[in-house]
Ligand binder design. Structure first.
Ligand code: DGY
Length: 319
């Protein structure tokens, strides 16, 4: 049987590469830099499949120039906002993603960001690390208590539910906004809001877990940030596009939003340099799913999808 050829633009885990090599002829981009539009287009004439990450952009312009040889884009990501799905479908290219396997790792980072933002992790680390911790007082670095507080979750999909499970360990009063109400076994006592504004009004902590789509871009704009209770803390591990960053900066500067924990930004890599002056913005460089176990699981899930496709079956995660 002829072995399909697969392009892997980013450095995937060793276990993923070893498994992939057993079945496929691989072309691996060794410098581990994002695949450019020109590289994606050029490689499409040499391979049957690609395993890209969210750093490779399949825009309508790129898709229009792809070779008909390329049959499947098996994403190594759950988010697919880097793919023009309509254009890929029109070109007859199958697209898959890697849901489920990164929910816990991402929820861990959301918890880290929520705790770190609420309890002044950036300032505290800076004081101790630089030898600037010279006094203590009962009024020193007083933060906002997470335990028992109200938490609003936007998007109660797999990651949202994994985060809710962890937040229950902190006795949080969980509220959520979702396209539809969850069944009781998934809701687990959380309060459903059919209206986003109604969720915002009760969210002393707010965590975003919805995909970036044309409908959700700029979701947290100035109007919506204003609807949060004064002193709210906002967490984003989903996509930078969900937050109007200028509006968030204004809300932080006015102290209406007490703190933010951000793992994703409108511009990546790099983030928003204007945030750096504010130690109540706790930032990480898009590492929600970055654990050894989860990277292996993402790679294996992408390969499961490829294996099914080339075996003539429906890939489990076809979009
Ligand atoms: C995802 O899978 O969408 C994560 O953001 C990492 O790419």
């Amino acid at each position: 049987m002829i072995r399909p050829t697969v392009w892997i633009p980013r450095r995937l885990s060793d276990a993923t590469l070893a498994r992939a090599r057993a079945t496929y002829d691989l072309i691996v981009k060794d410098d581990d830099t994002p695949g450019t539009a020109d590289e994606i287009i050029a490689m499409s004439g040499q391979v049957d499949a690609m395993i890209p990450c969210h750093s490779e952009h399949f825009t309508a312009d790129v898709v229009a120039r792809l070779s008909p040889r390329l049959r499947i884009v098996a994403n190594h990501s759950v988010g697919v906002d880097h793919c023009d799905l309509a254009a890929l479908a029109a070109a007859g290219i199958v697209v898959t993603n890697t849901p489920d396997v990164l929910s816990d790792a991402t929820a861990e980072i959301a918890m880290l960001l929520m705790l770190g933002a609420a309890r002044h992790a950036v300032t505290g680390d800076r004081l101790v690390r630089r030898g600037e911790w010279t006094s203590w007082s009962p009024s020193f670095m007083v933060g906002k208590q997470v335990t028992g507080s109200r938490l609003g979750i936007v998007g109660m999909g797999r990651v949202g539910r994994a985060f809710a499970a962890k937040a229950r360990g902190f006795d949080m009063d969980i509220h959520y906004y979702n396209r539809s109400r969850l069944p009781a076994d998934q809701e687990q006592g959380a309060t459903f809001h059919s209206d986003l504004d109604s969720l915002l009004a009760v969210s002393d902590f707010l965590s975003l877990h919805c995909p970036a789509t044309p409908d959700t871009r700029g979701l947290m704009n100035a109007d919506r940030l204003a609807k949060l209770p004064a002193g709210a803390v906002i967490v984003n591990t989903a996509r930078g596009a969900l937050i109007d960053e200028a509006a968030l900066l204004a809300a932080i500067e006015s102290r209406h939003v007490a703190a933010a924990g951000l793992d994703c930004f409108q511009v990546e890599p790099g983030g928003n340099p204007s945030f750096a002056a504010h130690e109540n913005i706790f930032m990480l460089p898009h590492i929600g799913s970055a654990t050894v176990r989860t990277r292996d699981a993402m790679g294996f899930r992408a390969l499961d999808n490829l294996d099914a496709f080339f075996a003539g079956k429906a890939p489990r995660d076809r979009l």
